[in-house]
Design a protein around this ligand. Structure first.
Ligand code: FAS
Ligand code: PHB
Length: 389
């Protein structure tokens, strides 16, 4: 088989890239390790930056999102019994959209099926060969047989545990990593959200986040120990702990109910450089990971897709290598800014095991600066809604 672009990984990065390239008449084959059902069962991000919303519209996959999403003009931050809003719309005239990654991925799979593009599920042993030459190809096993796809380019959209990043020789790759000493225990419940906007809570007992998916589907998180296990947490234990971390007036309004999903996500910051090796491009979690505090994971995958889509269109339309040659540099420039915001908000809102009393005073002073200083709020808002591509 031959195609123009092989996309390894059928998460949001790979699917969105495939849809955008199709719009430009560029053919792709997408290889996914799991089943469609498995991918769609993952509960992950919930906040979409304007850039991602616009790309979904450009890809022609935004009809349900535009109908069902919530537009949020701001977010709230609480510390002990205090709570304040950061009004993005008033400060910078922008907003974010609340629409679950699960729904976005579902819409992208439906759209890919509608264009009848080639998607191979449950592939095994994907190998990327000669990515640093002019005639790369990909091999994989499906249904017990080995297959080969000759192509022009490979988009490595296979997430943190994929094969693409490791295809780049260790002598070429430089990796940066920070592991945070805690995780997020998250639940999904068919209950009305406790507040009309998200609440990021800093409390003496640790971080908490009140988010949502729709008017009767809420997403909550509490900071937990790195070594904690989901089975240690009954629903009641979760709700009691969440209430302890929220202002009393909010905790009193919390509607609890049975969890329909419960999981613990580790928190890490990670970046690999470069994001291109020859004709292989890394995109999304294959290249970088952020702690979800700043809602940047999915949204930074989206900006990679923007740069890669732009580069490939310039190549196929104008035989112009400029976008391809500068892909890694352009993508990384924005990746590192997202990494900074995610690291900064994580430090601002979580309790660290080794925090001194002085550290806690610094954290409090920074939160109070954000509470009362419009310039600080404007900078937070610009980062949260998404820096320009
Ligand atoms: P993904 O990991 O989503 O997709 C990669 C795909 O490649 C997967 O379907 C995988 O099965 C496939 N794959 C892997 N290896 C392969 C191989 N060898 N061959 C073929 N296919 C292969 N971000 C936020 O903004 N907010 C959040 O709250 C949030 N919560 C998260 C919770 C968890 C547990 C995780 C892991 C991530 C979370 N994220 C969150 C980040 C997440 O949303 C990612 O940024 C987003 O999924 C990135 O999308 P992709 O780059 O497509 O990677
Ligand atoms: C979510 O709704 O899952 C969510 C929202 C904002 C974040 C992280 C997760 O910063």
């Amino acid at each position: 088989m031959r195609t123009q672009v092989v996309i390894v990984g059928g998460g949001p990065s790979g699917l969105l890239l495939g849809q955008l390239l199709h719009k430009q008449g560029i053919e792709t084959v997408l290889l996914e390790r799991k089943t469609r059902e498995y991918v769609l069962a993952r509960i992950r991000a919930g906040i979409l930056e304007t850039g991602l919303v616009n790309m979904m519209r450009e890809a022609g996959v935004a009809e349900r999102m535009d109908r069902e999403c919530f537009v949020h003009h701001g977010t709230c931050i609480s510390y002990e019994n205090e709570m304040f809003a950061i009004d993005f719309h008033k400060l910078i005239g922008q907003n974010v959209v609340v629409y679950g990654q699960t729904e976005l991925t579902h819409d992208l799979y439906d759209a890919r099926e509608a264009i009848d593009a080639t998607t191979v599920f449950e592939v095994e042993n994907v190998q990327i060969i000669d990515a640093d030459r002019d005639a790369p190809y990909v091999t994989y096993v499906s249904g017990g047989a080995e297959h080969r796809i000759d192509c022009d380019f490979i988009a490595g959209c296979d997430g943190f545990h994929g094969v693409s990043r490791k295809t780049i020789p260790e002598t070429v790759r430089k990796e940066y990593e920070k592991i945070f000493p805690f995780g997020w225990l998250g639940i999904l419940s068919e209950t009305p959200p406790v507040h009309d906007e998200l609440i990021y809570a800093n409390s003496t007992r640790g971080f908490a986040l009140c988010s949502m998916r729709n008017e009767n589907l809420s997403r909550y998180y509490v900071q937990c120990d790195q070594t904690d296990k989901v089975e240690n947490w009954s629903d009641d234990a979760f709700w009691d702990e969440l209430k302890r971390r929220l202002p009393e007036a909010i905790a009193e309004k919390l509607v609890t109910g049975p969890s329909i999903e419960k999981s613990i996500a580790p928190l890490r910051s990670f970046v690999t450089e470069p994001m291109r090796w020859g004709r292989l491009f890394l995109c999304g979690d294959a290249a970088h990971i952020v702690p979800p505090t700043g809602a940047k994971g999915l949204n930074t995958a989206a900006s990679d897709v923007h740069y890669l889509h732009e580069a490939l269109v310039r190549f196929y339309r104008d035989k112009d290598m400029g976008g391809i040659e500068h892909y890694s540099e352009k993508a990384l420039a924005r990746v590192w800014k997202a990494e900074r915001f995610s690291w900064s908000t994580t430090n601002l809102l979580h309790r660290f095991p080794d925090q001194s009393d002085f550290d806690l005073k610094m954290q409090r002073a920074e939160i109070e600066s954000l509470h009362y200083n419009e310039i600080a709020q404007r900078w937070f808002a610009q980062n949260y809604v998404g820096l320009p591509y």
